[in-house]
Design a protein around this ligand. Structure first.
Ligand SMILES: [Zn+2]
Length: 291
């Protein structure tokens, strides 16, 4: 993997006044690090920073983007970074799931895009729009090409893309994107390296069994590079370890739940002492099995 582009590294290197650096990093908010573009294959890039990871695929005539950052400013910064790679226009966005840090940046993208998402992702965005408030997805950049089958294949701009939805996992509408020619998988938040255990949005009808089925499915793909929703590139061995760890903890939590142990007792027994602002893997497994 070659580091392709490091934007405004001079800021850090020579300690230029902060305001200049802020001006160059509109997407991540004040003082946030600028995005970093990594070239993975001749026409495939991973853009790090500003919310979830983005994958950029340069096709024959246009550009395909997987996940669009957390805010309109982040989406605009992503477009600026893409313009440094290629003069071709962004024509297609793929959303791996409905969380705002992967979706909301699409507000900065041009009108008339094809926006691909799993059908349940669209339902989740509909619900978020109806609820309104901060963090709602952009109403005028909603998914307009829905994946309804467990596996669909498409050729877009000369690039073959395979879409997989094995089960509700991180959310009800996860979409795993596989590039067979490049042996790359964009996992969305099925994999996020910020925590060794998976995050399940039970409020979006995610499921721990579905997460396991999804990762088992991903491991059957002929791929060697996994671009996670957050964090650095993962190998197949990394994904396998994440799966084994999650299955082992889940089995233990289910066994202890069946013995009638309390959540606190179970967390202590399995060593879950992470301070998270969301339900941990242990907590979701416990709730799925306590009745
Ligand atoms: Zn997410």
């Amino acid at each position: 993997m070659k580091m392709f582009w490091v934007k405004s590294s001079v800021c850090a290197a020579i300690g230029m006044i902060a305001a200049v650096c802020f001006a160059q990093a509109p997407g991540g908010g004040q003082g946030a690090a600028p995005f970093v573009t990594h070239q993975l294959k001749p026409n495939v890039y991973w853009v790090e920073g500003g919310g979830g990871n983005s994958t950029v695929i340069v096709g024959d005539n246009g550009v395909i983007v997987i996940d669009a950052k957390v805010s309109k400013a982040g989406g605009a910064e992503l477009l600026e970074d893409i313009a440094k790679i290629t003069p071709k226009p962004v024509t297609t966005v793929i959303e791996t799931h409905s969380d705002g840090d992967h979706v909301n940046g699409v507000a900065a993208f041009p009108a008339g895009l094809t926006i691909i998402a799993q059908e349940n992702n669209k339902k989740e965005q509909d619900a978020a729009l109806a609820a309104g408030g901060r963090g709602a997805p952009p109403a005028d950049r909603q998914p307009n090409k829905l994946i309804t089958q467990p596996h669909e294949s498409m050729t877009i701009d000369g690039e073959t893309l395979e879409f997989y939805h094995w089960a509700p996992a991180h959310t009800s509408g996860d979409l795993v994107v596989y590039l067979p020619k490049e042996k790359i998988v964009a996992t969305g938040d099925i994999v996020a390296t910020s925590n060794p255990y998976p995050r399940i949005h039970d409020e979006k009808h995610g499921s721990t069994a579905g997460w396991i089925a999804t990762v088992q499915g991903m491991l059957t793909l002929d791929a060697d590079t996994f671009i996670p929703g957050h964090g650095s590139i993962q190998t197949k061995a990394d994904i396998q370890k994440r799966l084994s760890d999650a299955v082992a903890r889940r089995d233990k939590v289910i066994a202890l739940t069946k013995e009638g142990k309390s959540l606190d007792e179970i967390k202590a027994a399995v060593g879950d002492n992470d301070k998270l602002n969301y339900k941990s893997w242990t907590e979701v497994v416990y709730e799925e099995n306590k009745k």
